[in-house]
Design a binder for this molecule. Sequence first.
Ligand SMILES: NC(=O)c1ccc[n+]([C@@H]2O[C@H](COP(=O)([O-])OP(=O)(O)OC[C@H]3O[C@@H](n4cnc5c(N)ncnc54)[C@H](O)[C@@H]3O)[C@@H](O)[C@H]2O)c1
Length: 382
Amino acid sequence: MKKKINFGIIGCGLMGREFASAAARWCHLKTELPAPRIIGVCDVNPDMTKWFSDNFSGIEYITNDYKELLQNPEIEAVYCAVPHNLQESIYIDIIKAGKHLLGEKPFGIDKKANRSILAEIKKRPDIVVRCSSEFPFYPGARLVYNWIEQNKFGRILEVKAGFNHSSDMDITKKINWKRQAKFNGEYGCMGDLGIHTLHIPFRAGWLPQNVCAKLSDIVKQRPDKDGNMQSCDTYDNATLICDVKDKDGSVFPMTLETKRMSPGSTNEWYIEVYGLDASAKFSTNDPNAFYFTQSWGKEQAWARIDLGYKPMFPAITGEIFEFGFTDSILQMWAAFISELAGEKPLFSCFTPEEAYYSHVLYDGALKAFHTKSIVSLTYTEG
Ligand SMILES: NC(=O)c1ccc[n+]([C@@H]2O[C@H](COP(=O)([O-])OP(=O)(O)OC[C@H]3O[C@@H](n4cnc5c(N)ncnc54)[C@H](O)[C@@H]3O)[C@@H](O)[C@H]2O)c1
């Protein structure tokens, strides 16, 4: 039998369940990685923990007090998926308790909260802390990253990355914490969706030097569960345009889109890299496809490869089958567990330092929007 790592989950909502489901199909992976065993769950809402006790026989500890979970010496690692306003205090307590942590974006409601989390991480080099971001684990996204690493694009002309939704186009959709700044944060859609767009660019070393921002708060009110109108005070859509310096010193524009009101988009994550020698694009709208073009001087033709199932961590699924969202979650978890096992995956989870860079960018974007200017960005923690 594979070695086991005992996990606790804090926050048993949408994402807490996704992790539990990925852990339940660990047999899918053809690796010797230890398997996560969820032994404890915590949520303030007992309705949310019921799904876990109904579906998993191995859960020994169920609580509404996360501190109780953290005191449990059997729990080695924690997945924490709670509203953004709670991340600072809960992540810090998890780290202080010496548990490995896969936390959720935006890794602190704002830059100040993020820095407090980072300061605590620095005191505990013995534990692994990472931030959830699954889309780069799609085979098509990995191929884009491999091409960046192999310098296949030549001089970069432009990069575009985005993560767009459209369910908020329904203006009668009920309000939830993600649409209220006091829970979600002032970043609005950027804090909720943005990290996903940054994982590959940051890993490529493409840190924006400056930012210019267009932020839209389109829907100002939404009904609550009783039909009463509540303030919906978060930005729905954001488009950021940045200058990025490449390794060779050349500068190119990078456009980052995060939208909750993007007609036709259902969880549409994409990355497009345009270069002098080659260009490539991948979108979860067409998850089996990798589009690329090579430059023959004046003319280029887009070609499409059907990728099949070629994930970073081998799995039992045949190579001709298609890859999907839940596979990307499983692969992300395999990357995290491999780091817990002391391995260095080919592509690792979003790091706390990268999360800090994202806060520098979004903090700068707010300033750029409010002052209608281009804001220079520096990433030193001064
Ligand atoms: N990686 C992704 O693709 C992805 C997708 C959606 C959300 N997220 C992130 O995951 C996190 C959670 O989002 P979600 O969609 O799962 O939200 P959710 O509202 O579905 O779940 C959050 C859960 O936290 C619980 N909770 C609140 N306070 C708590 C406390 N003090 N102790 C324990 N539990 C508490 C709530 O009762 C709720 O069940 C957020 O940071 C969000 O940005 C990530």
